[in-house]
Each structure stands twice: as structure tokens, then as C-alpha cells.
Design a protein around this ligand. Structure first.
Ligand code: SF4
Length: 76
């Protein structure tokens, strides 16, 4: 399956996913499956949990494929 670079947003954060960097380790989908799915494309649903949890999970991405930018003045 050819997955393109994607951008996802909720009110607080913008999340980007770069498939060229993804190691397909599944860390994100195993640890926070409400947000990151390995079976549904697009597979990042930012409406399913708090932004703080999403950011914590993105920081664990080993490859840097997932990145985030805060959209409002929030600190995590
Ligand atoms: S944690 Fe990062 S490297 Fe692992 S599957 Fe998710 S996006 Fe890819």
C-alpha cells in the first residue's frame, strides 16, 4: 500500500506522518490504539483522546516519522 505524507489536526495540535521514515514498529498503534491505527487509512484520529496523551506518544516514535506542532499556546 502506498501511504503518502499526511497532516492531521485537532483544535490544539497539528500532527504529521512521514511514511518514508516510519519503521513500522507499531509502537504508536500498540500503545495508543484509540488514535493510531495500523489498519485504517488515514490512521491518525486526533479526536479520540487528550492532546497531551497524543504528544507523549509521538515523542516515543523511534524514527521521527510522527511529529507535532502546537496550534495554541499550550505546553506539554
Ligand atoms: S511509532 Fe513511529 S516508527 Fe513506529 S509505527 Fe508509529 S509512526 Fe512508525
Amino acid at each position: 500500500m502506498n501511504i503518502e505524507y499526511k497532516t492531521f489536526k485537532n483544535k490544539e495540535v497539528t500532527v504529521t506522518y512521514d511514511p518514508r521514515k516510519c519503521e513500522l514498529s507499531g509502537t504508536c498503534s500498540k500503545e495508543l490504539s484509540d488514535v493510531f491505527s495500523d489498519s485504517i487509512i488515514p490512521w491518525v484520529n486526533l479526536e479520540n483522546t487528550e492532546t497531551e496523551k497524543i504528544i507523549k506518544q509521538i515523542k516515543k516514535c523511534p524514527s521521527g516519522a510522527l511529529k507535532f506542532r502546537l496550534r495554541e499556546k499550550a505546553t506539554y
